[in-house]
Design a protein around this ligand. Structure first.
Ligand code: LLP
Length: 422
């Protein structure tokens, strides 16, 4: 069973059928306990390696930026990895501390740099020479010295989906490993920068830590080479990327096992260790609750048309990603047994790519509830209004309480900012 479900159809002490009754569907449902457990996995691994006193877990906001989720992590003492001025504003609104924010992203704007400098963030993860010069200029205008880390592209194959692989020479990310020393030398000479760290992020949904360990070795080699030249760094940021279980019989490694080869390398050193996990903190702490609207038997396929669609959860359409889909037991269900069939689980959007799962064996009736599991990461965060569909409600379960943490959008809001011609 998915770690988020305490029993079939239940999250913590709440029945999903009650969530649907109260808030409607489609609806993202999160578990506070599951978020806290995932965070504890990181904290415990750091403690095991003697790193709890000199480390910072920066939750990658892009995975799920709901204020309630950010606030749960802020309360646990987390930092945040942001990639836009919008994410900066969210973290601050959620109660996150500016001095624990690292700012990643390949092309930050002047305004974004200014806002982050004014807030007083921990560090800018700079990805190019051009960005370095722009940041130097913006910091100068504010009379500040910007804390800088270079995102180095270690040219390591993360062996994950090509769309979410970021550490190869052929990717747009980071400063090439072979140029890094030279770019650091230039950074050290710029008057309005303070060179403080190094970072990398080689990809997402990694199930084997070997590529990340190899990247860590490469970073360490650079840090030592820089120190020999008098450029002494205070932190090493190993990025995010730890994978999660999407399919019950295809388990991902436990955090302690995945992180061990990375952290053991850093434990021998003195720099602060920064990490940027996204998916592994929220992915299995969220699900998408949806109702079966129409069952449509076909000659070659049986379709179950549900009320969630590719605009709510884009991952299947975009990456051909698998999410387990389970039926939510209805309270008091019984009566005539429904035959199990193989279904295409699809949404109401007008595209054949609008599917949530292929070939799922389920016993379904119209009106049944389904839970699309492991949808806490890159689910709502990537949702759109395609087909003028209001984005789903979001609910967080905490013990026996359910909290509406984002209202379902209203149709009128979707075009409120649009204007007709005069
Ligand atoms: N740091 C940086 C610089 C990143 O670009 C990312 C993710 C992370 C950290 C967090 O990585 P994680 O721990 O979540 O693997 N939409 C895709 C995933 C895109 C990941 C982008 N970068 C998906 O749904 O699979």
């Amino acid at each position: 069973m998915n770690p988020m479900l305490s029993a079939p159809g239940r999250v913590e002490a709440v029945a999903l059928a009650d969530v649907a009754r109260e808030f409607g569907t489609p609806c993202y449902v999160y578990s506070r306990a599951a978020l806290e457990a995932a965070y504890a996995g990181y904290r415990d691994a750091l403690t095991q390696h003697g790193l709890s006193g000199r480390s910072l877990i920066c939750y990658a906001v892009k995975a799920n930026s709901n204020l309630a989720i950010l606030n749960v992590f802020a309360r646990l003492g987390a930092g945040f990895d942001i990639v836009s001025g919008g994410e900066l504003a969210r973290v601050l609104a959620a109660g996150g501390e500016a001095k624990k924010i690292v700012f990643s992203g390949v092309a930050k704007s002047r305004d974004e740099m200014r806002a982050a400098l004014q807030a007083g963030i921990h560090c800018f993860n700079v990805e190019s020479l051009s960005e370095l010069h722009l940041l130097n200029e913006v910091a100068g205008e504010l009379g500040q010295r910007a804390p800088v880390s270079l995102r180095v592209n270690p040219d390591v194959d993360a062996k994950t989906h090509p769309y979410i692989s970021t550490g190869l020479k052929s990717n747009k990310f980071g400063v090439a490993f072979t140029d890094a020393l030279d770019v650091y030398r230039q950074a050290a000479k710029l008057p309005n920068l303070r060179v403080t760290g190094i970072d990398c992020h080689i990809g997402s949904q990694l199930l084997d830590p070997a590529p990340a360990a190899e990247a860590t070795d490469k970073l360490i080699g650079l840090v030592d080479a820089l120190a020999a030249e008098g450029i002494v760094l205070q932190h090493i940021d190993v990025g995010g990327g730890m994978g999660i279980t999407y399919q019950a019989n295809d388990p991902a490694p436990a955090a302690a096992d995945y992180l061990a080869p990375i952290l053991s390398r850093l434990a021998k050193r003195t720099e602060q260790v920064v990490m940027e996990p996204g998916r592994s903190l929220v992915g299995n702490a969220g699900l998408l609750l949806t109702e079966v609207r129409v069952l449509k038997p076909g000659e070659v396929k049986n379709f179950a048309i549900v009320d969630a669609a590719m605009n709510d959860l884009a991952r299947p359409a975009l990456y051909d990603a698998w999410h387990d889909i389970v039926k939510v037991p209805q309270v008091g269900a019984g009566g005539t047994a429904i035959p199990q069939k193989t279904y295409e689980i699809v949404g109401p959007v007008c595209e054949s790519g609008d599917f949530l799962g292929h070939d799922r064996d389920l016993a379904l009736a119209e009106g049944d509830l389904l839970a699309v599991l492991s949808a806490g990461a890159y689910g709502m965060a990537m949702a759109s209004n395609y087909n003028t569909r209001p984005r789903a409600a979001e609910v967080m379960i905490d013990g026996d309480s359910m909290h509406l943490v984002r209202e379902r959008e209203k149709v009128a809001d979707l075009f409120a900012a649009e204007k007709r011609l005069p």
